[in-house]
Design a protein around this ligand. Structure first.
Ligand SMILES: *[C@@H]1O[C@H](CO)[C@@H](O)[C@H](O)[C@H]1NC(C)=O
Ligand SMILES: *[C@@H]1O[C@H](CO)[C@@H](O)[C@H](O)[C@H]1NC(C)=O
Ligand SMILES: *[C@@H]1O[C@H](CO)[C@@H](O)[C@H](O)[C@H]1NC(C)=O
Length: 383
C-alpha cells in the first residue's frame, strides 16, 4: 500500500505536547486513529502468527521439503509478509506472538527490527503481542514489549495507562472509528483487544503454559463496558454494542470444543496447547458480549475457526519458516474484514458483517476457508 492509500485508510492526528522549558519547541507525536475506509466501508486486518524470526539469512527453515532446505531461511518469512501485504492491502497488521524465536535470536532487538521490517516499511499501522518464545533471547518480556512500542508505525502499547496493577506486557485496545465525514466519525464501530497470554505457569502445582490473569480480565471488562457506553451515548447514539475481536497468542481451553464436524479449517495437532488451568476469560468475554471472535497462534498446524456460545475461536496457522510446521503444508496468514452497512440515508452505519479467510504462501497466495464470523442479521438480540 502506498503512502497516499495508507493516509486515506487512517486519519493522522497530530498531538502536540508542550515540553519542559521555554527553549524547548513543541514535540509532536503522530497518533493514528484507525477508521473504516470511506470508499468500501471496510476495515481489513492481517494476522501474522508465529514468525519465529531469529537471525535472518543464516537461520534455516524447519519442516520444508528436502529440496527446499538449501534456499530457505528467515528471509522467506520476510518475503511472505511483503507478498501478503501487497495482495491484501490491510488497514492493520497484527502479530500474535512468537514474533521472534528467542533461543536462536542472537540479539532480540535486531531480530525484532528485521522481523517487523516489512510492516514498518509498508507504512500500515501494526500491533503486536507476545508469545511464549519472545523473551528467550537478550531481552525480558517487558524489554521486548518496550522495544516494539518504540518502533515506527506501531500502535502497540506496553500496558494501559491509569491501571495500577495488570499482569503481563502488551495489554491494550484499539478503537476502529467510523468513516471520516460520517456521523460515526468519533465512535468505535469495531473494538480490538490485545492481551498478553503469558508464557509458562509460575504456579508449581499447575504445569504448562500461562493464562490470562484476573487483573487482565478486569481491565477487559472495564474497557468493554466503557466502549459500550460511548457507543450508545449522544451524539448519534447506537443500539447495543459494537462488535469486538480479541488477539493473543495461546489458545483458550475452549479451543478443544470442536471437531471437523463443527469447525472450518484443519486441526493437524492432536491436542490444543492451551494452559491446563482455565482462568475463565472465555466466560468473561461471553458476559461482556462484544467479542465475536478470538484469534490466536501457538499451534502452527491448527488453522481452524469454530463457534462456541456466539464467539468464534480461530487460529491463524503458522506463518514463519523457522518454526515447526509440516513439509508440503503451506505457511499461512489469516485475514479478517469487517464491513459497514449503509443506512437508510445512504451514509455508512455500524458493522454489518465480519468475514475471514486464510492466505497460503504458495505461488498464487491461494485464499482458502472463507467464512462469515458474524453478521448483524443473525444476532438481533446483541445488536
Ligand atoms: C525461499 O526463498 C527462496 C529465494 O527467494 C526461494 O527460491 C525458495 O523457493 C523459497 N522457499 C520456500 C519454501 O518458499
Ligand atoms: C467529532 O469530534 C470532533 C473533535 O472533538 C468534533 O469537532 C466533531 O464535531 C465530532 N463529529 C461528530 C459527528 O460527532
Ligand atoms: C462439535 O461436534 C462434536 C461431535 O461431533 C460435539 O461433541 C461438540 O460438542 C461440538 N462442539 C460444538 C461447539 O458445537
Amino acid at each position: 500500500m502506498g503512502a497516499a492509500a495508507a493516509a486515506a485508510a487512517v486519519a493522522v492526528v497530530l498531538v502536540a505536547f508542550l515540553c519542559c522549558g521555554a527553549a524547548q519547541v513543541q514535540q509532536q507525536q503522530r497518533q493514528r486513529q484507525l477508521r473504516f475506509d470511506g470508499r468500501r466501508g471496510e476495515f481489513r486486518v492481517l494476522q501474522v502468527a508465529d514468525m519465529h524470526f531469529a537471525d535472518g539469512k543464516t537461520t534455516p527453515c524447519e519442516d520444508v521439503l528436502p529440496q527446499q532446505m538449501a534456499a530457505c531461511s528467515d528471509l522467506n518469512t520476510t518475503a511472505f509478509i511483503r507478498r501478503v501485504i501487497l495482495a491484501e492491502k490491510p488497514d492493520l497488521i497484527v502479530f500474535t506472538g512468537d514474533n521472534i524465536f528467542g533461543f536462536d535470536a542472537t540479539d532480540a532487538a535486531a531480530s525484532m527490527n528485521a522481523a517487523f521490517a516489512p510492516a514498518v516499511a509498508s507504512n500500515i499501522p501494526w500491533a503486536a503481542v507476545l508469545g511464549n518464545h519472545d523473551q528467550e533471547s537478550t531481552l525480558s518480556r517487558q524489554g521486548v514489549m518496550k522495544h516494539i512500542v518504540g518502533m515506527k508505525n506501531t500502535l502497540s502499547q506496553v500496558n494501559p495507562t491509569g491501571v495500577h496493577v495488570i499482569d503481563g506486557y502488551g495489554n491494550y485496545n484499539l478503537e476502529v472509528h467510523g468513516v471520516q465525514g460520517s456521523n460515526l466519525v468519533n465512535k468505535s464501530l469495531l473494538n480490538l483487544y490485545f492481551l498478553d497470554s503469558g508464557d509458562y505457569s509460575t504456579v508449581p502445582s499447575i504445569p504448562g503454559y500461562g493464562w490470562i490473569k484476573p487483573s487482565q480480565q478486569l481491565w477487559f471488562q472495564h474497557t468493554s463496558s466503557k466502549l459500550k457506553r460511548s457507543y450508545t451515548n449522544k451524539p448519534h447514539p447506537q443500539k447495543g454494542q459494537a462488535p469486538g475481536l480479541a488477539y493473543f497468542h495461546i489458545p483458550l481451553p475452549e479451543y478443544s470444543s470442536f471437531d471437523s464436524s463443527n469447525f472450518t479449517g484443519e486441526k493437524l495437532e492432536g491436542a490444543i496447547s492451551s494452559p491446563t488451568a482455565n482462568s475463565g476469560f472465555f466466560t468473561t468475554m461471553v458476559e461482556s458480549g462484544d467479542v465475536k471472535a478470538v484469534f490466536t497462534g501457538h499451534d502452527h498446524l491448527n488453522d481452524f475457526c469454530g463457534e462456541l456460545t456466539g464467539i468464534h475461536l480461530c487460529y491463524a496457522g503458522g506463518f514463519g519458516y523457522h518454526a515447526y510446521g509440516k513439509a508440503g503444508w503451506s505457511r499461512r496468514a489469516r485475514m479478517v474484514v469487517a464491513s459497514l452497512e449503509k443506512t437508510d440515508k445512504g451514509s455508512w452505519g455500524g458493522v454489518k458483517s465480519i468475514k475471514t479467510w486464510k492466505r497460503l504462501d504458495d505461488e498464487h497466495l491461494t485464499a482458502i476457508d472463507g467464512q462469515v464470523l458474524w453478521s448483524k442479521s443473525f444476532s438481533r438480540k446483541g445488536m
